[in-house]
Design a protein around this ligand. Sequence first.
Ligand code: GTP
Length: 460
Amino acid sequence: MPKISPEQLAREWGRLLAVVPNGVHERIYLQAQTHQVALASYFYEQMLGDAVVSQFLSHEQVQERLHGSMQRWITTVFSARSDTDLLPIVAQQIHIGEVHARIGIPVHLVLRGARCLKERFVDLLHADPELQGEQAHIATRLAVGVIDTAMEIMSQTYSSANDRNSRAEEAYRLFSVSQHVGSERERQRAALLAWENQLMFDQAVGADAAQLPRLGSSEFGLWFRHKGAHAFHGSTEATMILDAIDRVDEVLLPMFALAPASLQANRVLCLRELRDATKSIAYHLDCLFAQNNELEAGRDVLTRLLNRKFLPVVLSKEINFSRQRKSSFALLAIDIDHFKQVNDRYGHEAGDMVLQQMAAILTNSSRGGDYIFRMGGEEFLVLLVDTKLGDAIKMAEKLRKLIEREAFRLPQDHTLHLTISVGVAAHNGHPDYQRVLRQADDALYRAKNSGRNRVIQGED
Ligand SMILES: Nc1nc2c(ncn2[C@@H]2O[C@H](COP(=O)(O)OP(=O)(O)OP(=O)(O)O)[C@@H](O)[C@H]2O)c(=O)[nH]1
């Protein structure tokens, strides 16, 4: 859906301000400043009173920060006087919408919070003796308009971030089942062919039409209806295959009963139609598997590790999982030290070989449930599921030593010793995955700056 640009949103916000006399605007801003603490507390009480909302706000960091952020938000949105003040304020609303989407806080709960705030703020304006009659009316309209506009901007950002997340989730779902589906590829092609052969044979020996093998109940039909269609859910080809299976079973096979063997011409016509239907199914199946290859885009071509495209999906999933199971996960941000020198001294091909061996070491050293990403260049990220900080540090240290001892193979039988720097952070319950990611990155940065070949623990 096309988005409304920040400039246009700022202009619309500006139009609300333009009709408000300066004096009234000053009173609104003064009320926001004077009552920011009480308004933030009221908002917070209302939100925590709701069982669903409190799930998202339960983390102590959120509680500590929310109050302060809420106060700043209230004063900021009412601080603007002109269009030029508004662009950064619009940008702030966009940022908040993105955070809400990352955390996955439902938009209706955000709107609910805004409604509480509006009601309380309008009460304050009505109680202001400096705002009488028409002025109180103008002040209320501006207050409500400003909060609504801010919410509209947040919601717009939220929806597009959410659409992006859903697409990434969908791609990830396909990607994760793709390994399974991939292994079925040859088997299902063969199964489709086996069904067709059986049908042709039964026809040739004059089997009763009612006894002909139905495609929907064949090995291929069962697989496709139960698994393939799920894995490729939503694609046109999957729908076409499902329709074709139905057509074969409901329309074409019964035609044999109507076309007795003696009527050769009709029988040939039916067989041709069946062959065409099978060919079309095989063709669409190939298309689906070709799309499956595109899903390989989820893997880094050189190292076969996950690429960072799936990082938000995986982190959001793990955060939800940790919340439900009261468990923790940890991140190791890993960077090869002085990797540029490998390329410079031995060539790009040697650099590629090193990256592949590094990926293999990381894969072999982690458990099946862990995730390993190539973040780009010579930087990797390992997500250790169900792991606390202490164990993650031990794991990082083990990896660091393992790599230090490793003789990396280069072309022409050369070998090379390398080191890595590692930043470690454990998820502490905060709903926004950017935090733990940033902690690991900052720790990696410090590991690099304090001499490399070391493991540094992230700080809150
Ligand atoms: N061979 C190869 N090199 C790559 C690839 N991706 C990035 N690089 C190179 O990796 C090097 C990264 O260099 P820097 O970011 O300066 O880091 P560094 O030399 O490892 O130094 P520090 O990280 O500070 O220890 C650059 O020279 C990139 O060209 C790749 O896929 N293959």
